[in-house]
Design a protein around this ligand. Structure first.
Ligand code: GLU
Length: 424
């Protein structure tokens, strides 16, 4: 480890952290910093960046930064080639047109995958591990647990990184579940999908999958990410944090977007750039931490939603996430069941239906009343991510206050610190 420094970008953005040794594959102008949060960031520096030493004294392991020059370059990438495991679950990326029905069906084995992706192992070994063969709307929480165990087995077997081919419809849910379930990742877990099946000429599966395999093989990410096309360019892919990503379009190939944050990085014109802080790979061994209790639900509030229907729904549950309007509101007609549920030990949490911004109970009297009634506000956490996290938090404890504490505490970048709501 090297020196503590502060780097100030020309635009004024400041980064404080410790210099991390550059890898031989790093670009010449790349500085890697381990931030105080434990996350790493790769900065493509130029002469107009200011670098200040925060602690004196030489460090023998300090990376040698080469002569900075203008212009951006690729961020450092991790150890060179190694084996990547490709876990298949079904979905369009691993589906083909069924000419009997005219619909698309999941492929069933390794040979079918290789028929569509003959170049898969071009840059190094890829082992194909079929896990499920479902369209992703058929995937249930027990499948997330199964996948988490399979990922852990892949790393235990020596995989450098793991790619999961998955239907795009619920890919964000699976990404969030794996983010909460997997601890101490020694390499990247990359979820990838396609909007058009690989036997169609316009398929995005081939390019998405090879981008995902490269990112799994070459970066030192120690978190769960989603890699899909970005924008309209053929050669640009975004790396989204697994807890911050939403499918925003039903058919465009750049359907996936990070919400309330920028993507961690991009693969652009053949170069991997990690532009935002990320959790670096740990020494491992990775393990599945906790389990999911399915006795939780996600309820979308709308004008006219009958409070009695929700009261019926939550009767047998231990927790519910509400997707409220605006800053996190529901009609006062719902206060009754909420208070009764909280009194029974049901955890009631609030998120916002808005795609940007956060749930904040302090602005309107409605929010204050909900907070006083025991509703747990979850800041800028996406409703579906909050639902998945609720199942994980319920699996960790029988005690409602402990479930609420886990829900609010950031585990995998799902809630930005500045959006956290203090307890009432
Ligand atoms: N609905 C299917 C799924 O999510 C097909 C869509 C896709 O793979 O993109 O698995």
């Amino acid at each position: 480890m090297g020196r503590a420094v502060e780097i100030v970008e020309p635009g004024g953005r400041r980064w404080r952290g410790t210099l991390v040794p550059s890898h031989e594959m790093s670009g010449a102008r790349i500085v890697q910093l381990k931030l105080e949060s434990g996350y790493n960031v790769g900065l493509a520096i130029s002469p107009d960046f200011r670098v200040e030493l925060l602690l004196p004294g030489p460090d023998p392991e300090e990376p040698r930064t080469r002569e900075p020059a203008p212009g951006a370059s690729a961020t450092p990438v991790g150890p060179p080639k190694d084996s990547v495991d490709l876990l298949t679950t079904g979905g369009t990326i691993a589906s083909r047109v069924d000419y009997r029905t005219g619909g698309v069906r999941p492929v069933r084995d390794e040979r079918e995958i290789l028929a569509f992706y003959p170049d898969l192992a071009k840059g190094g070994k890829v082992r194909i591990v079929p896990v499920l063969d479902r369209l992703s709307e058929e995937i249930v929480p027990a499948d997330w647990e199964l996948l988490a165990h399979r990922v852990a087995e892949s790393f235990a077997d020596g995989a450098r990184g793991v790619v999961i081919a998955h239907g795009t419809d619920t890919l964000g849910y699976t990404a969030a579940a794996l983010s909460f379930l997997l601890a101490d990742l020694p390499g990247p877990v990359v979820l990838v999908g396609a909007q058009r099946s690989p036997d169609r000429p316009s398929s995005d599966g081939v390019s998405n999958l090879s981008a995902a395999v490269r990112i799994a093989r070459e970066t030192d990410l120690g978190e769960v990410v989603v890699v899909m096309h970005a924008g309209t360019s053929d050669g640009r892919f975004a790396i989204h944090r697994g807890t911050k990503v939403r499918k925003m379009h039903s058919s465009r190939r750049d359907a996936f977007r990070s919400r309330n944050t920028a993507p961690i990085g991009h693969l652009d014109a053949g170069e991997v750039r990690l532009e935002e802080p990320y959790r670096p790979s740990s020494k491992g061994p990775t393990h599945v931490e906790g389990r999911l209790d399915p006795r939780g639900a996600l309820v979308w509030f709308y004008p006219g939603l009958d409070p009695d229907r929700v009261a019926d729904l939550v009767r047998d549950l231990r927790g519910v996430v509400l997707a409220g309007t605006g800053l996190g509101h529901v009609s006062s007609a719902h206060l009754g069941w909420i208070r009764q549920a909280v009194a029974r030990g049901v955890v009631v949490a609030m998120t916002t239906q808005c795609l940007e911004g956060e749930a904040d109970p302090y602005v309107y009297s409605t929010g204050r009343e909900l907070l006083r009634s025991g509703v747990v506000y979850l800041g800028d956490m996406l409703p579906e991510v909050a639902y998945v996290k609720l199942l994980w938090a319920l699996g960790a404890s029988e005690e409602p206050s402990e479930v609420a504490r886990r829900l609010r505490e950031d585990r995998a970048g799902e809630v930005s610190a500045r959006h956290l709501v203090r307890e009432p």
